[in-house]
Write a protein that binds this ligand. Structure first.
Ligand code: CUA
Length: 334
């Protein structure tokens, strides 16, 4: 499976390529600030140029005359533009402040009751995602790839188990911190399908830059099918299963893997690392930074400290055959 397709425009992570109402409000505000500031900049440069030209001309005509010695009428004429520009600056800054406050208020609107609720927990350095459901057996926990239905509001409940992280999905909304011991919320709504890259935006340690999240917005039916799939335990391994896969399962369960990872339906219940129950349904590994190819997966298992130094996973020593079997088993975790 290939890595998630970047936006159709080719922009992978761009706050000005928006896919939902929240990001659009922010982009509108950005363009307003950009336009106003560009006009002000042009006016200031023009005014300075005119002033310098006039000053040079006056000096050629009259020689150096200190401002205090100017006739009062001329001094007033010089002061007038200063008064006007100070007033204009105050009005402009006030207008930008009002626009900014209005955008903030619009972003803070209480989402509708039928919003989808997902708990997002920041870990060093990956994202744990739990889809809430009144029925606890229907809750789904996955990692690093947030599927959302197009057109539906999603409320992300943000938490952290270690340090402060910050979730930034530029195409969908602004940044929001994940604070240990404190819940924050971020509302998103994707209005067109696509894969939107998100990034931890608060320095949280060595691998901060490699703490990515993919938001995959898909039509409601596709999302429901995905969610139903995620609710299932891992594919059952029976005596009829391919011998290589069975051996891979045994390698998995007899290695240190289950101490940190969960595979639903097996005795692997670790919660330190991402759930692997449906690993093969994800397009990426290593918190959205590497495509989930057999090569990357093998390299990751044998030596996770090379692609992402400092992460919590130790190297796992395996023979070539055991590794091969383990990869075959992991591939069944769809
Ligand atoms: Cu998490 Cu930076």
């Amino acid at each position: 499976m290939a890595a998630p397709e970047p936006l159709a425009t080719g922009a992978v992570q761009d706050a000005l390529v928006t896919a939902g109402p929240h990001a659009s409000r922010i982009a509108d505000l950005w363009w307003l600030f950009f336009t106003v500031c560009a006009i002000v900049f042009a006016l200031v440069v023009g005014a300075v140029a005119i002033a310098v030209a006039r000053g040079l001309r006056a000096r050629r005509r009259d020689g150096d005359v200190p401002l205090v010695d100017e006739p009062p009428a001329r001094a007033r004429r010089i002061a007038l533009p200063i008064v006007v520009s100070v007033a204009a600056s105050a009005v402009t800054v006030l207008a930008l402040l009002v626009a900014s406050v209005l955008t903030g208020r619009a972003l803070a609107e209480v989402p509708s009751k039928d919003a989808l609720s997902v708990v997002v927990v920041g870990h060093r350095w990956w994202w744990e995602l739990t889809y809430q459901d009144p029925n606890p057996s229907k809750r789904v926990t996955t990692a690093n790839e947030l599927h959302v239905p197009v057109g539906r509001t999603v409320v992300l409940q943000l938490e952290s188990r270690d340090v402060i992280h910050s979730l930034w999905i530029p195409s969908l909304n602004g940044k929001r911190d994940l604070i240990p011991g404190h819940q924050t919320f971020l509302t998103i709504r994707a209005d067109r399908p696509g894969a939107y890259r998100a990034q931890c935006a608060e320095f949280c340690g060595y691998q901060h830059a490699n703490m990515a999240l993919w938001v995959i917005a898909e039509p409601p039916e596709a999302f429901t099918a995905w969610l139903d799939g995620q609710r299932q335990p891992a594919a059952a391994i029976t005596d009829a299963t391919d011998a290589r896969v069975r051996r891979g399962r045994d390698v998995f369960l007899s290695s240190p893997c289950p101490m940190c990872h969960t595979v639903g339906g097996t005795e692997a219940l670790g919660a330190t690392g991402p759930s692997l129950t449906h690993l093969a349904s994800r397009a990426t590994i290593a918190a959205g930074t590497l495509p989930r190819t057999p090569g990357h997966l093998a390299a990751w298992i044998l030596d996770p400290q090379t692609p992402k130094p400092g992460n919590a996973m130790p190297p796992i020593a395996l023979t070539g055959e055991d590794l091969d079997a383990l990869l075959a088993y992991l591939e069944t975790l769809k």
